[in-house]
Design a protein around this ligand. Structure first.
Ligand code: 3PG
Ligand code: MG
Length: 399
Protein backbone atom coordinates (compact mmCIF):
# COMPACT_ATOMS: atom_id res chain seq x y z
CA UNK A 1 0.00 0.00 0.00
CA UNK A 2 1.46 3.32 -1.07
CA UNK A 3 -0.38 6.30 0.30
CA UNK A 4 0.54 9.79 1.44
CA UNK A 5 0.56 9.81 5.23
CA UNK A 6 -0.74 12.64 7.32
CA UNK A 7 2.14 12.15 9.72
CA UNK A 8 4.56 13.22 6.94
CA UNK A 9 2.80 16.51 6.20
CA UNK A 10 3.19 19.99 7.61
CA UNK A 11 -0.28 20.89 8.83
CA UNK A 12 0.44 24.31 10.35
CA UNK A 13 -2.18 26.87 9.30
CA UNK A 14 -3.74 24.39 6.87
CA UNK A 15 -7.48 23.76 6.64
CA UNK A 16 -7.52 20.07 7.44
CA UNK A 17 -10.68 18.02 6.91
CA UNK A 18 -10.54 14.64 8.62
CA UNK A 19 -13.07 11.88 8.01
CA UNK A 20 -13.29 9.79 11.14
CA UNK A 21 -15.65 7.03 12.17
CA UNK A 22 -17.47 8.47 15.16
CA UNK A 23 -20.42 6.17 14.60
CA UNK A 24 -20.94 5.17 18.23
CA UNK A 25 -23.96 4.03 20.22
CA UNK A 26 -25.97 6.88 21.71
CA UNK A 27 -28.83 6.58 24.17
CA UNK A 28 -30.95 9.48 25.40
CA UNK A 29 -28.45 11.98 24.02
CA UNK A 30 -25.44 10.35 25.69
CA UNK A 31 -22.63 8.30 24.13
CA UNK A 32 -22.80 4.86 25.72
CA UNK A 33 -19.53 3.39 24.42
CA UNK A 34 -16.62 5.53 23.33
CA UNK A 35 -13.86 3.15 22.20
CA UNK A 36 -14.19 4.45 18.63
CA UNK A 37 -13.98 8.07 19.79
CA UNK A 38 -10.93 7.34 21.91
CA UNK A 39 -9.25 5.67 18.96
CA UNK A 40 -9.52 8.99 17.08
CA UNK A 41 -7.94 11.12 19.79
CA UNK A 42 -4.24 10.73 18.83
CA UNK A 43 -5.00 11.92 15.28
CA UNK A 44 -6.95 14.91 16.56
CA UNK A 45 -4.32 15.80 19.13
CA UNK A 46 -1.58 15.58 16.51
CA UNK A 47 -3.47 18.09 14.33
CA UNK A 48 -4.09 20.46 17.22
CA UNK A 49 -0.44 20.34 18.25
CA UNK A 50 0.62 20.90 14.65
CA UNK A 51 -1.48 24.08 14.46
CA UNK A 52 -3.98 22.83 11.89
CA UNK A 53 -7.39 24.41 11.38
CA UNK A 54 -9.30 21.26 11.95
CA UNK A 55 -12.69 20.10 10.72
CA UNK A 56 -13.75 16.60 11.74
CA UNK A 57 -16.51 14.83 9.88
CA UNK A 58 -18.32 11.55 10.44
CA UNK A 59 -21.58 9.76 9.96
CA UNK A 60 -23.80 8.48 12.75
CA UNK A 61 -26.24 5.68 12.10
CA UNK A 62 -28.25 5.41 8.92
CA UNK A 63 -30.58 8.44 8.76
CA UNK A 64 -32.74 9.29 5.77
CA UNK A 65 -30.59 11.51 3.57
CA UNK A 66 -31.51 15.10 2.93
CA UNK A 67 -33.04 15.85 6.28
CA UNK A 68 -31.89 16.55 9.79
CA UNK A 69 -33.07 13.82 12.15
CA UNK A 70 -32.29 14.81 15.70
CA UNK A 71 -31.74 11.22 16.87
CA UNK A 72 -28.80 11.00 14.45
CA UNK A 73 -27.22 14.33 15.37
CA UNK A 74 -23.55 14.22 16.32
CA UNK A 75 -24.25 16.64 19.22
CA UNK A 76 -23.68 13.94 21.90
CA UNK A 77 -20.40 13.05 20.18
CA UNK A 78 -19.34 16.73 20.11
CA UNK A 79 -19.99 16.93 23.85
CA UNK A 80 -18.17 13.69 24.57
CA UNK A 81 -15.22 14.71 22.42
CA UNK A 82 -15.08 18.10 24.15
CA UNK A 83 -14.81 16.43 27.53
CA UNK A 84 -12.17 13.92 26.41
CA UNK A 85 -10.04 16.65 24.83
CA UNK A 86 -10.82 19.15 27.57
CA UNK A 87 -11.52 21.64 24.82
CA UNK A 88 -14.82 22.96 23.48
CA UNK A 89 -15.56 21.30 20.12
CA UNK A 90 -18.53 23.06 18.52
CA UNK A 91 -20.86 21.15 16.21
CA UNK A 92 -21.39 22.99 12.91
CA UNK A 93 -24.48 22.29 10.81
CA UNK A 94 -24.43 24.71 7.89
CA UNK A 95 -20.83 24.12 6.86
CA UNK A 96 -21.62 23.55 3.19
CA UNK A 97 -23.09 27.05 2.85
CA UNK A 98 -20.96 28.74 5.49
CA UNK A 99 -17.53 27.12 5.73
CA UNK A 100 -16.23 27.66 9.25
CA UNK A 101 -13.58 30.35 9.77
CA UNK A 102 -10.94 28.79 11.97
CA UNK A 103 -7.71 29.87 13.64
CA UNK A 104 -4.69 27.60 13.94
CA UNK A 105 -5.35 24.88 16.51
CA UNK A 106 -9.15 25.30 16.34
CA UNK A 107 -11.28 22.18 16.05
CA UNK A 108 -14.90 21.85 14.95
CA UNK A 109 -17.08 18.83 14.34
CA UNK A 110 -19.26 18.90 11.23
CA UNK A 111 -22.80 17.56 11.59
CA UNK A 112 -23.60 14.03 10.37
CA UNK A 113 -22.50 13.74 6.72
CA UNK A 114 -25.43 11.42 6.04
CA UNK A 115 -27.78 14.40 6.48
CA UNK A 116 -26.39 15.65 3.14
CA UNK A 117 -28.12 14.53 -0.05
CA UNK A 118 -25.70 12.63 -2.23
CA UNK A 119 -23.44 11.40 0.58
CA UNK A 120 -24.11 7.69 0.16
CA UNK A 121 -24.20 7.87 -3.64
CA UNK A 122 -20.68 9.37 -3.65
CA UNK A 123 -22.17 12.36 -5.48
CA UNK A 124 -19.57 14.43 -7.32
CA UNK A 125 -21.09 17.84 -6.57
CA UNK A 126 -21.21 17.08 -2.84
CA UNK A 127 -17.70 15.61 -2.94
CA UNK A 128 -16.44 18.82 -4.53
CA UNK A 129 -18.20 20.88 -1.87
CA UNK A 130 -16.43 18.92 0.87
CA UNK A 131 -13.15 19.22 -0.99
CA UNK A 132 -13.63 23.00 -1.20
CA UNK A 133 -13.59 23.19 2.59
CA UNK A 134 -9.99 22.10 2.91
CA UNK A 135 -6.35 22.27 1.86
CA UNK A 136 -5.75 18.72 3.06
CA UNK A 137 -8.24 15.86 3.29
CA UNK A 138 -7.37 13.12 5.75
CA UNK A 139 -9.09 9.75 5.50
CA UNK A 140 -8.80 8.24 8.98
CA UNK A 141 -12.11 6.35 9.22
CA UNK A 142 -11.01 2.74 8.96
CA UNK A 143 -14.49 1.65 10.08
CA UNK A 144 -16.00 3.28 7.00
CA UNK A 145 -13.18 2.62 4.51
CA UNK A 146 -15.30 -0.03 2.77
CA UNK A 147 -17.88 2.60 1.78
CA UNK A 148 -17.39 4.56 -1.43
CA UNK A 149 -19.31 7.60 -0.26
CA UNK A 150 -18.77 11.33 -0.73
CA UNK A 151 -17.03 11.83 2.62
CA UNK A 152 -14.89 8.68 2.44
CA UNK A 153 -14.06 8.54 -1.24
CA UNK A 154 -15.36 11.32 -3.54
CA UNK A 155 -13.94 14.17 -1.47
CA UNK A 156 -10.50 12.59 -1.70
CA UNK A 157 -10.62 12.66 -5.49
CA UNK A 158 -11.06 16.44 -5.54
CA UNK A 159 -9.28 17.73 -2.42
CA UNK A 160 -6.00 19.58 -3.12
CA UNK A 161 -4.21 16.84 -1.19
CA UNK A 162 -5.60 13.54 0.12
CA UNK A 163 -3.76 11.44 2.67
CA UNK A 164 -4.22 8.57 5.12
CA UNK A 165 -4.64 9.32 8.80
CA UNK A 166 -2.66 7.52 11.52
CA UNK A 167 -5.57 5.36 12.70
CA UNK A 168 -6.29 4.09 9.20
CA UNK A 169 -2.62 3.31 8.63
CA UNK A 170 -2.25 1.59 12.00
CA UNK A 171 -5.35 -0.54 11.48
CA UNK A 172 -4.31 -1.68 8.02
CA UNK A 173 -0.80 -2.55 9.22
CA UNK A 174 -1.96 -4.35 12.35
CA UNK A 175 -4.65 -6.38 10.60
CA UNK A 176 -2.36 -7.32 7.74
CA UNK A 177 0.17 -8.58 10.26
CA UNK A 178 -2.35 -10.42 12.41
CA UNK A 179 -4.13 -12.07 9.51
CA UNK A 180 -1.13 -12.97 7.43
CA UNK A 181 -0.76 -16.66 8.14
CA UNK A 182 -3.10 -16.98 11.11
CA UNK A 183 -2.69 -19.97 13.35
CA UNK A 184 -5.36 -22.64 12.77
CA UNK A 185 -8.01 -23.50 13.76
CA UNK A 186 -9.47 -20.10 12.95
CA UNK A 187 -12.96 -19.46 14.30
CA UNK A 188 -14.99 -16.46 13.14
CA UNK A 189 -18.12 -15.21 14.84
CA UNK A 190 -20.20 -12.98 12.61
CA UNK A 191 -23.26 -11.48 14.21
CA UNK A 192 -24.99 -8.15 14.54
CA UNK A 193 -28.04 -6.70 12.90
CA UNK A 194 -26.71 -5.61 9.48
CA UNK A 195 -27.68 -8.88 7.97
CA UNK A 196 -27.55 -8.84 4.19
CA UNK A 197 -24.25 -7.04 3.89
CA UNK A 198 -22.71 -9.68 6.09
CA UNK A 199 -24.33 -12.85 4.82
CA UNK A 200 -22.62 -12.34 1.49
CA UNK A 201 -19.31 -11.90 3.29
CA UNK A 202 -19.82 -15.28 4.92
CA UNK A 203 -19.41 -16.94 1.57
CA UNK A 204 -15.74 -16.11 1.20
CA UNK A 205 -15.14 -16.19 4.94
CA UNK A 206 -16.39 -19.74 5.21
CA UNK A 207 -13.57 -20.81 2.90
CA UNK A 208 -10.91 -19.04 4.93
CA UNK A 209 -11.86 -20.10 8.41
CA UNK A 210 -12.18 -23.52 10.00
CA UNK A 211 -15.35 -22.70 11.81
CA UNK A 212 -17.91 -20.00 11.25
CA UNK A 213 -20.40 -19.08 13.94
CA UNK A 214 -23.33 -16.96 12.80
CA UNK A 215 -25.04 -14.85 15.45
CA UNK A 216 -27.68 -12.12 15.76
CA UNK A 217 -29.87 -11.45 12.74
CA UNK A 218 -27.67 -13.62 10.55
CA UNK A 219 -28.26 -16.64 12.78
CA UNK A 220 -32.02 -16.15 12.36
CA UNK A 221 -31.63 -16.56 8.62
CA UNK A 222 -29.72 -19.80 9.23
CA UNK A 223 -32.36 -20.97 11.70
CA UNK A 224 -35.00 -20.38 9.02
CA UNK A 225 -32.78 -22.13 6.46
CA UNK A 226 -32.60 -25.14 8.75
CA UNK A 227 -36.41 -25.30 8.58
CA UNK A 228 -37.45 -23.76 11.91
CA UNK A 229 -40.02 -21.07 12.58
CA UNK A 230 -38.45 -17.68 13.37
CA UNK A 231 -41.75 -15.92 14.18
CA UNK A 232 -41.38 -12.12 13.97
CA UNK A 233 -37.57 -12.18 14.21
CA UNK A 234 -35.23 -10.07 12.11
CA UNK A 235 -34.64 -12.36 9.16
CA UNK A 236 -33.94 -12.06 5.46
CA UNK A 237 -36.27 -14.38 3.69
CA UNK A 238 -34.70 -13.79 0.29
CA UNK A 239 -31.33 -14.91 1.65
CA UNK A 240 -32.60 -18.23 3.03
CA UNK A 241 -31.58 -20.12 -0.15
CA UNK A 242 -28.09 -18.63 0.15
CA UNK A 243 -27.92 -19.66 3.82
CA UNK A 244 -29.03 -23.17 2.84
CA UNK A 245 -26.31 -23.30 0.22
CA UNK A 246 -23.68 -22.17 2.74
CA UNK A 247 -24.83 -24.85 5.18
CA UNK A 248 -24.55 -27.58 2.59
CA UNK A 249 -21.19 -26.35 1.22
CA UNK A 250 -19.80 -26.27 4.76
CA UNK A 251 -21.21 -29.71 5.41
CA UNK A 252 -19.61 -31.28 2.36
CA UNK A 253 -16.27 -29.66 3.23
CA UNK A 254 -16.46 -31.44 6.59
CA UNK A 255 -17.02 -28.11 8.31
CA UNK A 256 -20.00 -27.06 10.29
CA UNK A 257 -21.96 -23.81 10.62
CA UNK A 258 -23.64 -24.28 13.98
CA UNK A 259 -27.29 -23.27 14.06
CA UNK A 260 -28.48 -22.35 17.59
CA UNK A 261 -30.13 -25.21 19.45
CA UNK A 262 -31.86 -22.88 21.87
CA UNK A 263 -32.75 -19.20 21.75
CA UNK A 264 -34.06 -16.38 23.95
CA UNK A 265 -37.30 -14.88 22.70
CA UNK A 266 -39.30 -11.76 23.46
CA UNK A 267 -42.73 -10.71 22.25
CA UNK A 268 -41.48 -7.23 21.31
CA UNK A 269 -38.23 -5.40 20.66
CA UNK A 270 -37.99 -3.37 23.83
CA UNK A 271 -36.06 -2.90 27.02
CA UNK A 272 -39.12 -4.11 28.95
CA UNK A 273 -39.71 -7.26 26.90
CA UNK A 274 -39.83 -10.43 28.93
CA UNK A 275 -37.14 -12.95 27.98
CA UNK A 276 -38.07 -16.61 27.52
CA UNK A 277 -35.59 -19.38 26.75
CA UNK A 278 -36.90 -21.82 24.15
CA UNK A 279 -35.56 -24.70 22.14
CA UNK A 280 -35.14 -23.62 18.55
CA UNK A 281 -38.11 -25.71 17.42
CA UNK A 282 -40.42 -24.06 19.97
CA UNK A 283 -40.43 -20.53 18.56
CA UNK A 284 -43.99 -19.23 18.17
CA UNK A 285 -45.38 -17.02 15.41
CA UNK A 286 -45.43 -13.96 17.67
CA UNK A 287 -41.90 -14.50 19.07
CA UNK A 288 -38.81 -12.50 18.25
CA UNK A 289 -35.49 -14.28 18.67
CA UNK A 290 -33.30 -11.78 20.50
CA UNK A 291 -30.41 -13.89 21.81
CA UNK A 292 -28.89 -17.36 21.72
CA UNK A 293 -29.87 -19.68 24.55
CA UNK A 294 -27.60 -21.07 27.29
CA UNK A 295 -27.02 -24.46 25.64
CA UNK A 296 -25.94 -22.77 22.43
CA UNK A 297 -23.73 -20.34 24.34
CA UNK A 298 -22.02 -23.27 26.05
CA UNK A 299 -21.52 -25.02 22.71
CA UNK A 300 -20.00 -21.87 21.19
CA UNK A 301 -17.73 -21.41 24.21
CA UNK A 302 -16.42 -24.92 23.66
CA UNK A 303 -15.69 -24.23 20.01
CA UNK A 304 -13.86 -21.06 21.00
CA UNK A 305 -11.89 -22.96 23.58
CA UNK A 306 -10.19 -25.06 20.91
CA UNK A 307 -9.48 -22.14 18.54
CA UNK A 308 -6.00 -20.75 17.93
CA UNK A 309 -7.28 -17.60 16.22
CA UNK A 310 -10.62 -15.95 16.92
CA UNK A 311 -12.18 -13.26 14.79
CA UNK A 312 -15.20 -11.60 16.35
CA UNK A 313 -17.51 -9.27 14.51
CA UNK A 314 -20.99 -8.59 15.79
CA UNK A 315 -22.89 -9.49 18.96
CA UNK A 316 -25.04 -12.64 19.01
CA UNK A 317 -28.03 -10.96 20.64
CA UNK A 318 -29.58 -7.63 21.55
CA UNK A 319 -27.11 -7.14 24.39
CA UNK A 320 -28.16 -3.50 24.86
CA UNK A 321 -31.12 -5.01 26.74
CA UNK A 322 -29.62 -6.96 29.65
CA UNK A 323 -32.16 -9.77 29.49
CA UNK A 324 -31.00 -10.51 25.93
CA UNK A 325 -27.30 -10.00 26.65
CA UNK A 326 -26.32 -13.33 28.21
CA UNK A 327 -25.29 -14.95 24.93
CA UNK A 328 -23.00 -12.08 23.97
CA UNK A 329 -21.66 -11.89 27.52
CA UNK A 330 -20.75 -15.57 27.69
CA UNK A 331 -19.18 -15.38 24.24
CA UNK A 332 -17.18 -12.31 25.30
CA UNK A 333 -15.98 -14.08 28.42
CA UNK A 334 -15.06 -17.21 26.45
CA UNK A 335 -12.98 -15.10 24.07
CA UNK A 336 -11.41 -13.24 26.97
CA UNK A 337 -10.34 -16.43 28.71
CA UNK A 338 -9.14 -18.16 25.54
CA UNK A 339 -5.45 -18.61 24.77
CA UNK A 340 -6.12 -17.87 21.09
CA UNK A 341 -5.01 -14.75 19.27
CA UNK A 342 -8.24 -12.76 19.22
CA UNK A 343 -9.37 -9.88 17.06
CA UNK A 344 -12.63 -8.05 17.76
CA UNK A 345 -14.03 -5.32 15.55
CA UNK A 346 -17.10 -3.25 14.77
CA UNK A 347 -19.18 -0.59 16.46
CA UNK A 348 -21.54 -2.90 18.35
CA UNK A 349 -18.79 -5.40 19.09
CA UNK A 350 -16.70 -2.65 20.67
CA UNK A 351 -19.70 -1.60 22.72
CA UNK A 352 -20.01 -5.21 23.93
CA UNK A 353 -16.28 -5.42 24.68
CA UNK A 354 -16.73 -2.23 26.68
CA UNK A 355 -19.87 -3.39 28.47
CA UNK A 356 -18.33 -6.69 29.60
CA UNK A 357 -14.97 -5.09 30.45
CA UNK A 358 -12.80 -7.44 28.41
CA UNK A 359 -10.81 -4.98 26.30
CA UNK A 360 -7.52 -5.94 28.01
CA UNK A 361 -8.06 -9.60 27.18
CA UNK A 362 -8.52 -9.18 23.44
CA UNK A 363 -5.31 -9.37 21.41
CA UNK A 364 -6.32 -6.72 18.89
CA UNK A 365 -9.34 -4.42 18.85
CA UNK A 366 -10.28 -2.92 15.52
CA UNK A 367 -12.57 0.08 15.05
CA UNK A 368 -13.79 -1.49 11.82
CA UNK A 369 -16.73 -3.88 11.55
CA UNK A 370 -17.80 -4.32 7.95
CA UNK A 371 -14.50 -2.79 6.81
CA UNK A 372 -12.57 -5.32 8.82
CA UNK A 373 -14.59 -8.21 7.36
CA UNK A 374 -14.01 -6.97 3.82
CA UNK A 375 -10.32 -6.57 4.56
CA UNK A 376 -10.30 -10.13 5.87
CA UNK A 377 -11.90 -11.29 2.64
CA UNK A 378 -9.03 -9.68 0.76
CA UNK A 379 -11.25 -7.06 -0.86
CA UNK A 380 -9.91 -3.66 -1.88
CA UNK A 381 -11.34 -0.96 0.37
CA UNK A 382 -12.53 1.91 -1.89
CA UNK A 383 -11.16 4.63 0.37
CA UNK A 384 -7.73 2.98 0.36
CA UNK A 385 -7.80 2.58 -3.42
CA UNK A 386 -8.59 6.29 -3.73
CA UNK A 387 -5.64 7.18 -1.45
CA UNK A 388 -3.34 4.98 -3.51
CA UNK A 389 -4.47 6.67 -6.72
CA UNK A 390 -3.96 10.10 -5.22
CA UNK A 391 -0.51 9.11 -4.04
CA UNK A 392 0.44 7.93 -7.55
CA UNK A 393 -0.78 11.10 -9.24
CA UNK A 394 1.03 13.12 -6.56
CA UNK A 395 4.25 11.22 -7.32
CA UNK A 396 3.93 11.75 -11.06
CA UNK A 397 3.12 15.45 -10.76
CA UNK A 398 6.16 15.89 -8.50
CA UNK A 399 8.44 13.84 -10.73
C1 3PG B 1 -19.91 0.61 11.15
O1 3PG B 1 -20.43 0.83 12.24
O2 3PG B 1 -19.74 -0.55 10.70
C2 3PG B 1 -19.39 1.74 10.35
O3 3PG B 1 -19.48 2.94 11.05
C3 3PG B 1 -20.07 1.83 9.00
O4 3PG B 1 -21.43 2.10 9.15
P1 3PG B 1 -22.45 1.72 7.96
O5 3PG B 1 -22.49 0.22 7.90
O6 3PG B 1 -23.75 2.34 8.32
O7 3PG B 1 -21.87 2.29 6.68
MG1 MG C 1 -21.68 -0.74 13.24
Amino acid sequence: MRVIKMSDLDLAGKRVLIRQDLNVPVKDGVVTSDLRIRACLPTIQHCIDAGARLMIMSHLGRPIEGKHEEQYSLQPVAEHLSSLLDKEIPLISDYLDNPPELANGDVVLLENVRFNSGEKADDEALSRQYAGLCDIYVMDAFGTAHRAQASTHGVGMFAPLACAGPLLVAELDALAQALDNPKHPVVAIVGGSKVSTKLTVLDSLSEMVDQLIPGGGIANTFIAAAGYNVGKSLVETELIPEAKRLLSVAHSAGKDIPVPIDVVCGKEFSEQAEATVKLVDEVADDDMILDIGPQTAAQFAEILHSASTIVWNGPVGVFEFDQFGEGTRSLALAIASSQAFSIAGGGDTLAAVDKYGISDQISYISTGGGAFLEFLEGKQLPAVTMLEQRSQSHDSSNA
